[in-house]
Design a protein around this ligand. Structure first.
Ligand code: PLP
Length: 274
């Protein structure tokens, strides 16, 4: 397996991470996951914009030009061709003696590698549970610090459901690795893109498709009760696309089937991939 390690393509064994890499010790870095459909990156520019923004928000100087990074990613998928899968990439602040403040001198460390899916991720109607959003207040940064998300996903796994839906007080924010949408009276609601959620690339595609389809959209927070009383619930992410959620905390949403608007948003989404 070949890895893009900074600017070089190396085998996995050659890509060694120092024990004092700040990503390893502090989670001091950012990442992205970009879906590959038919061998082509989906929404590449949007993901690279977000990667650069995340890095800039935590004051890591982005070490490559956009053109160089794109050329290197192309080299990576030439070496490791992927039909349907994704590329994972992360950038850390670099290696320095362990100390909380930023090191005076450290070169950021970049790693990217691909994964071919053995089977397409399921988008069968799923179930979810609510969980307290105990994360920090900069969820707009796609940071390597994922412990709150990891604990939430494990909480969902332990209950044999697919996703954990975060709430702060009564207000829904997002899923442990997805954005959350509800439909009520033909209007689509999702949390506004502020510091409490990651502004998902899929979320943005879904919102633009909704507008194309003439679905009324409100980027407004909604409560747990609003969600339980809604007509449709779905989650969105790079790997799960648009996935209906039909049971939350053991409560059936509407008739317990994928809703009409969810289905039409996904159909149109799928249409953009071919
Ligand atoms: C917390 C969180 N919210 C939302 C998303 C969805 O983002 P995207 O559509 O860009 O994959 C993710 C994806 O990993 C995530 O981790």
């Amino acid at each position: 397996m070949m890895i893009l390690f900074n600017e070089d393509l190396v085998s996995r064994d050659e890509a060694t991470i120092d024990i004092e890499d700040r990503g390893y010790q502090f989670g001091d870095g950012v990442y992205e996951v970009i879906r590959i459909y038919h061998g082509v990156f989906f929404e590449l520019e949007a993901h690279l914009d977000r990667l650069e923004r995340s890095a800039s928000e935590i004051k890591i100087a982005f070490p490559f030009s956009r053109e160089d990074l794109k050329a290197n990613l192309e080299k990576l998928i030439e070496k490791e061709p992927v039909q349907s899968g994704h590329v994972y990439m992360q950038l850390t602040r670099g290696v320095a003696p362990r100390n909380h403040p930023f090191p005076e001198k450290a070169d950021p460390v970049f790693v990217a590698y691909t994964k071919e899916y053995e089977k397409e991720p399921s988008r069968a109607p799923g179930r979810a549970v609510f969980t307290d959003d105990i994360r920090w207040l900069r969820c707009d940064i796609k940071s390597l610090n994922l412990l709150g998300n990891v604990l939430a996903k494990q909480f969902a796994n332990d209950q044999n459901v697919e996703e954990a839906i975060f709430h702060r007080g009564e207000w829904i924010t997002e899923g442990s690795s997805t954005n959350v949408f509800i439909v009520k009276n033909k209007t689509l609601y999702t949390h506004p893109a502020n510091h409490l959620i990651l502004n998902g690339i899929t979320r943005r595609v879904v919102l633009s498709i909704a507008k194309d389809l003439g679905v009324k959209v409100k980027e407004e927070a909604f409560t747990k009760q609003d969600l339980l009383d809604s007509d449709e619930v779905f989650i969105s992410s790079t790997t799960q696309e648009v996935r209906p959620i039909v049971v939350v905390d053991g409560v059936r949403i509407s008739d317990g089937k994928e809703g009409e608007i969810t289905a039409s948003l996904h159909a149109k989404f799928a249409g953009r991939l071919s």
